[in-house]
Write a protein that binds this ligand. Structure first.
Ligand code: SF4
Length: 566
């Protein structure tokens, strides 16, 4: 077996998003406060030379941070009370909220904004910029951040998590070592916190190993496809927030759009599509392009230009899909733990608060030198008792209510909110996203559907773009000479069953054109080409593949999108 360097730290955070960053900073603050009290003659002993480290797979902190971000500043105020003096990059305070229902050519404005979508007191942010700034505050507090390093394997001692192994660098496409080969290192920690974002690849294995989702609903996701545009002055003010429902989604497809006014005449615009959709020909990227052609949206964007593109999944299964969040030596925070309020389309403040509450449990564990699940469990209890826990509980059946269609969802979800969660008390069931996809013959009948039925449109290169052009605006790059990081368990399924039954939906659900079906000119046989260097790390394929044969694993650290403003 290969010798690997071992690095010992006290606490390891896996993922450089807002959940882990907030957790690391809060932990450092708690330890500093404690040490000061001890120095001043208080009880206990000092926690000296605490080593806290964060692994981030992106090239820099914030590189993979994307969200339709309107942030509730509650946890930020607790964590960094002087965030305004410290010049937190907030685009604008929300000044106007509007909600519309779109038909194919027109729109109806809701007479009032549903309370969950009232954003008064919140801020429009670029999550990439905000995360980068938060990372700087964390580094200043003494935490070691390692960008460009992905955790690829969880390390265990029996059933106790003892850290993670980082990915090897310099492995060629054939799996052999190249001249620049560097083995990954083993980071050992007393506590390892998994905050890898939506559908975390290590978190997925942790949940499976310990059945942490036993008795819970399955995880459900949306994929958000998003662009930032610079538009002519005066069309939207910074802090204007618009949400839409309806077009281009059809009755049973969950989701909606957001349009957020940013500074410098920029607008953040995106469409979320529930991955429990049924139509095998649905393409979330194409739906977003269609959305931009709606007169309500095109009148905003025309004459402007695209600045950035990105896509990501977000967990929308809600309260009943949250797995057990602690194991011996390990914790799960943020989107990785399905901590997201889909009714409000918000996860940033929930992620921050979960990181901070995890930090409080870790602090107590460090004091008592007990890192068992029973000691760390205070995190989970305090999370559910906190305001964000109550928000999660109040909207606990929101997404499930929509699996019966838009109207039944709006009525049931709305009533549950207005009545303070007093109806639909018990868990409504939900189905995993991959199992909801219908076969072509089930959805369209036995005749081949027309291009119009499939929703195919031509892209004009001005308002609408193909996937390759959009990916260019995400800054995505990967080392080309490495094995693909999309692991397909059985390619034969792609060429036979999946082709016959679903017409290879990966060609459509991936928003980056990573999956391409070629036909070998000589043999006439199909070949699935993986353009893995386009990958936006959104995890849609890991969620939606109907046979569950695609597994997303981290590529060489530093690869992926390079977001700056989304
Ligand atoms: Fe997203 Fe998978 Fe496509 Fe990568 S390959 S962009 S993770 S759907």
């Amino acid at each position: 077996m290969e010798e690997r360097d071992i690095m010992e730290v006290d606490v390891l955070f896996v993922g450089g998003g807002v959940a882990c960053l907030s957790g690391a900073l809060h932990l450092m603050n708690l330890v500093k406060e404690h040490n000061k009290k001890v120095e001043a003659g208080g009880e206990g002993k000092k926690l000296e030379e605490l080593m806290v480290a964060i692994l981030e797979k992106g090239a820099y902190v914030g590189a993979h941070a994307i969200s339709g971000a309107v942030m509730d500043p509650g946890p930020l105020k607790e964590l960094i009370p002087d965030f305004l003096e410290k010049e937190a990059p907030l685009e604008a305070e929300v000044k106007k909220d509007e909600v519309y229902f779109l038909t194919e050519k027109g729109q109806f404005k809701f007479p009032m904004v549903p309370p969950p979508l009232n954003n008064h007191g919140n801020y429009v942010i670029s999550l990439a910029r905000f995360t980068e700034w938060l990372g700087q505050q964390v580094e200043d507090s003494g935490v070691d951040i390692f960008p460009g390093f992905a955790g690829t394997e969880i390390l265990y001692d029996g059933d106790r998590v003892i850290g993670v192994r980082t990915g090897d660098k310099g492995i060629g496409p054939d799996g052999n070592k190249k001249s620049n080969y560097e083995p990954g290192i083993d980071l050992h920690a007393k506590v390892t916190v998994f905050g890898e974002g939506s559908r975390g690849s290590l978190t997925k294995t942790l949940i499976k190993k310990f059945n942490l989702d036993e008795g819970r609903n399955p995880s459900n996701y949306v994929v958000g496809v998003k662009e930032v545009w610079e538009i002519p002055e005066g069309r939207i003010e910074p802090g204007d927030v618009i949400h839409t429902m309806g077009y281009p989604h059809k009755g049973k497809t969950y989701g909606g759009s957001f349009i957020y006014g940013m500074s410098d005449n920029r607008v953040s615009i995106g469409l979320m599509t529930g991955l429990d959709y049924e139509d095998p020909y649905l393409d979330p990227h194409r739906e977003f392009q269609k959305f931009k052609l709606h007169p309500f949206v095109s009148s905003l964007l025309e004459g402007g230009s695209i600045v950035q593109y990105g896509a990501n999944t977000a967990p929308v299964g809600g309260y009943f899909s949250i797995p057990k969040l602690v194991v011996d030596g390990g914790m799960i925070v943020g989107d990785s733990g399905n901590l997201f309020i889909s009714q409000k389309i918000k996860g940033v403040h929930v992620a921050m608060k979960s990181g901070m509450l995890a930090a409080e449990a870790i602090f107590q564990a460090l004091i008592s030198e007990d890192f068992s699940a029973s000691r760390l469990e205070s995190y989970q209890n305090s999370l559910f008792e906190s305001q964000v826990g109550q928000e999660l509980y109040r909207s606990r059946n929101f997404h499930q209510a929509f699996q019966g269609g838009l109207w039944s969802g709006m009525i049931k979800g709305g009533l549950q909110y207005f009545l303070g969660g007093k109806i639909l008390k018990d868990r409504l069931p939900s189905e995993p996203d991959h199992s909801r996809l219908k076969k072509v013959s089930e959805f369209y009948g036995t005749n081949e559907p027309s291009d119009e039925q499939k929703g195919i449109i031509k892209f004009d290169g001005k308002l609408t773009f193909d996937k390759e052009t959009d990916v260019y605006y995400s800054g995505t790059t990967h080392e080309e000479q490495q094995p693909p990081h999309l692991k397909i368990a059985d390619l034969n399924v792609c060429y036979t069953k999946c082709k016959e039954e679903f017409q290879n939906p990966c060609l459509r659900f991936c928003p980056a054109n990573v999956y391409e079906m070629e036909v070998d000119e000589e043999t006439g046989k199909p070949n699935l080409k993986l353009n893995f260097s386009n990958c936006l790390h959104c995890k849609t394929c890991d969620v939606k593949d109907p046979y569950e044969i695609i597994t997303w694993v981290p590529p060489e650290g530093g690869g992926g999108p390079k977001y700056t403003v989304v």
